[in-house]
Design a protein around this ligand. Structure first.
Ligand code: NIG
Ligand code: FE
Length: 407
């Protein structure tokens, strides 16, 4: 493989330095270079980034060139919270919600997560692999070069493991969401957790890098969640929680107690939760599409950033509460609904999202990091958030290879 030179870019934008995670003012500090280049080593890491006028002579070396005229480069986006391994859809429930049914009512009636579980159990491992690849390609077209994917639509041994396998096979970071809902064959949450920890965890822990639980009325209370997460931590998994989505019922204190990587959602989090997160190393992963889609209150993003919490943004891509693969749409919502600056939104879906996944080799455009680069069809990188639901992604480079091109 030769070197790759992305030349004559209108702009390169990236968070500077090497610090991760980014808190407070540092989240908003983006460096831009006008008329710029990015040079990629044959091994797929970044060799140099700078202004065209400072480009060293590359004569005599084998260089493939990509013309960046009129385009702005940002780091590859990192989606740290998705549910891509599902079969079927929930368009019928979407229509019911449109005229007044609530998410909780649909779940309590055996729909919601449980209806996707029925469809996913029937799909089989080969179909699940195809489905996750299809969703990965959609994410990639929106600039996502790294994605996390959760299981949680099997809730039986074979389907949970097939979901994790499909996510890993597609190059994603698998999270075992073994505690997403209580499937009907178990009498209650405690009985289901007992079964899942003895029958699924030993094999799930061989594939997954993290575990997740939905702490919510109608899903799992704090006690079963604690038992589940402790066992998962003992098996070597990082801990994530779906918390404070509909009800603030103790997910944040539990996350702090267990040293979790993140609590995700936080639409219902009050001031005490904001202060507790800010004083901790637990990241707040905000999912503004889910809040919009379910017409819920917005998570307290501005307060979290101002208080110094680690804030990341993700799509929450799933068939029920957030049927959206696009981090650029999330960036628009962050800037228009959550009062984050474009710079903060970018840091939350690059450096901080990578941190949530335990990845420190990506998230910025800097020498030595993975050459994951998104070229936007705009002269100013802030069009990422500015141009709502647009075709703003022009070219995607992943590990030094062009994987999406609209040229
Ligand atoms: O993050 N809230 C729980 N889990 C998902 C939704 C899953 C579904 O509705 O299928 C979420 O919003
Ligand atoms: Fe989710």
């Amino acid at each position: 493989m030769s070197r790759l030179l992305i030349r004559d870019l209108a702009q390169v934008a990236t968070h500077r330095g090497t610090r991760a995670p980014l808190r407070g003012a540092a989240l908003g500090e983006v460096e831009t270079v006008e008329r710029a280049y990015v040079l990629v080593d044959p091994g797929g890491t970044i060799a140099a980034v700078g202004a065209m006028r400072d480009l060293p002579s590359l004569k005599g070396s084998d260089v493939e060139e990509l013309d960046g005229t009129g385009l702005a480069a940002i780091p590859g986006l990192v989606d740290c919270h998705t549910h891509p391994a599902f079969a079927g859809d929930r368009v019928g429930e979407f229509a019911l919600r449109a005229v007044g049914a609530t998410y909780e009512e649909l779940l309590a009636a055996g729909g919601g997560i449980l209806s996707t579980t029925r469809a996913t159990r029937e799909a089989g491992p080969d179909v699940l692999r195809e489905i996750v690849v299809r969703h990965r390609e959609a994410m990639l077209r929106h600039g996502t070069t790294t994605f996390e994917g959760k299981s949680g639509y099997g809730l039986d041994r074979d389907t949970e493991l097939a979901q994790l396998d499909a996510i890993a096979a597609a190059g994603g970071m698998p999270t075992w969401l073994g505690a997403h809902a209580v499937p009907p064959e178990h009498p209650d949450a405690d009985a289901y957790i007992d079964w899942a920890l003895s029958e699924v965890l030993p094999d799930a822990a061989k594939v997954a890098v993290a575990a997740d639980v939905f702490v919510e009325r109608g899903a799992f209370g704090v006690e079963p969640a604690r038992r589940y997460l402790r066992a998962c931590a003992d098996a070597g998994l990082a801990l994530r929680l779906h918390g404070d989505q509909l009800t603030e019922m103790g997910a944040v204190p539990l996350a702090l107690e267990l040293g979790a990587r993140s609590v995700d959602h936080l639409e219902s989090t009050g001031p005490a939760g904001v202060s507790a997160l800010a004083a901790s190393d637990v990241a707040a992963v905000l999912l503004p599409v889910a809040a919009l889609y379910l017409d819920r209150p917005k998570p307290p993003a501005r307060a979290l950033v101002d208080a110094g919490a680690i804030v990341a943004l993700a799509t929450d891509f799933n068939p029920g509460s957030a049927f959206c693969e696009s981090l650029p749409v999330v960036a628009t919502l962050a800037c228009t609904q959550l009062r984050l600056a474009p710079e903060e939104a970018l840091g939350a879906m690059t450096v901080n999202a990578a941190h949530v996944l335990g990845l420190h080799d990506r998230g910025r455009l800097a020498p030595g990091l993975r050459a994951d680069v998104v070229l936007l069809d705009a002269p100013d990188w802030r069009h990422l958030a500015y141009h709502l639901a647009a075709d703003v992604v022009h070219t995607v480079v992943r590990e030094g290879r062009v994987v999406v091109s609209r040229a």
